[in-house]
Design a protein around this ligand. Structure first.
Ligand code: GAL
Length: 358
């Protein structure tokens, strides 16, 4: 497996005082003990994340490009590593009603609005407002009416690498009019390393007794259903691919897993999900205060892009665990509310913690 060695590159660049590789100028590099990562201000994206694999060598475990230009040129940008906003996931018929007003959004996925519409936060160039060796804060102010959403929304996202090999993501926002908000990060993980093939043998656990069944356009049907006895039950470590191809209406609608789980506990004390790469032995635990987790098994990856390390982004070669509000919550009064009002602060945290390969 060809690895892009971030540790080595940083050391060599520092020692030789040499220029960064062409195309890598705009990356922001962070490190802490046993973990290193790179970010782009284009979409406030996580571009690379390295932890040690079985042989103690660093392995990059996220799909990314090494420059903002490559993201801009990407075929149908699949949101690699980006911050998604204003509303991660789908809003049915690209509209919602708040305080009696109807808001019309950009419909970019069938009749629905996906990930903030066609010019979501993933396609904005964010400002860097703070930076240290292990942390960076990006900010973006979305004008009133952008994408059809009400209110001027000031957003900050802070990524921090901590010494227990974790990536912390803190999302904050304030609005000047009532609005809806659902921020998430869209990293595609492959814990064996991009270029190592599909993720179907990764073992996944999701601590959730229920998930949200969807229609053919991936909008929740409204009611959560038990996972017990279905291919959606990941309460015990199970290979992602073990049941992905069995005949099941729900799996067909998502062309694999593309569903939101109703998390049993989301108080940041207990992991909501855990995954282990079968080849690298690297494990990832996810902690969050959000009510939902979108498990997406890379079903729309189609080998359209050659990414870092020279690897094609082939079918199901990455998976996403996006912590978030439930899809279409602005239209589902029974779901936890995604409404943000003036004077309130939206603040949520998600942590991805890694264990080196064994
Ligand atoms: C996921 C979503 C998928 C797909 C993907 C981007 O978050 O659940 O349905 O849209 O983003 O290709």
């Amino acid at each position: 497996m060809k690895k892009f060695n971030l540790f080595l590159l940083m050391t060599l660049t520092a020692l030789a005082g040499c220029q960064p590789k062409p195309g890598t100028e705009d990356l922001i590099r962070l490190h802490n003990s046993g973990i290193a990562a790179a970010f782009s201000s284009y979409g406030a994206r996580l571009v690379q994340l390295e932890v040690a694999g079985k042989d103690r060598q660093p392995v990059n475990i996220v799909w990314g490009f090494d420059s903002a230009d490559s993201y801009k040129r990407a075929a149908k940008d699949p949101y690699y590593g980006a911050i998604i906003g204003r509303y991660g996931n789908r809003i049915a018929k690209a509209q919602f009603t708040l305080d009696g007003n109807i808001y019309h959004l950009n419909a970019n996925d069938h009749r629905n609005s996906l990930h903030g519409g066609k010019d979501g936060f993933n396609s904005k160039t964010w400002d860097i407002v703070a930076k240290s060796d292990s942390s960076v804060t990006f900010s973006y102010t979305s004008p009133d009416g952008e994408g059809g959403y009400p209110g001027k929304l000031a957003v900050k996202v802070t990524y921090t690498l901590s010494s227990d090999r974790s990536l912390h993501i803190v999302y904050e926002a304030k609005t000047d009019k009532p609005t809806v908000i659902n921020l998430t990060n869209h990293a595609y993980w492959n814990l064996n390393g991009p270029g190592s093939g599909d993720i179907l043998k990764h073992k996944l656990t999701i601590y959730a007794a229920r998930y949200l069944p969807v229609d053919s356009t991936l909008i929740p049907l409204g009611k959560a259903a038990p996972v017990m006895g279905t291919p959606f039950d990941f309460n015990r470590p199970t290979a992602i691919g073990a049941r992905i191809n069995i005949a099941n209406e729900q799996l067909k609608s998502g062309k694999g897993y593309d569903h939101n789980y109703v998390l049993d506990a989301h108080d940041k004390q207990m992991p909501v999900a855990e995954v282990t790469g079968d080849r690298s032995g690297i494990s990832m635990q996810v902690y969050t205060d959000q009510p939902g987790l979108q498990f997406y098994s890379g079903n729309f990856m189609a080998g359209n892009n050659v990414m870092n390390g020279g690897h094609g982004d082939n079918f199901r070669n990455g998976f996403c665990l996006e912590t978030q509000h439930f899809p279409d919550s602005p239209n589902e009064p029974a779901f936890p509310s995604p409404v943000l009002r003036p004077g309130e602060t939206y603040r949520t945290t998600t942590v991805y913690r890694f264990t080196a390969g064994r």
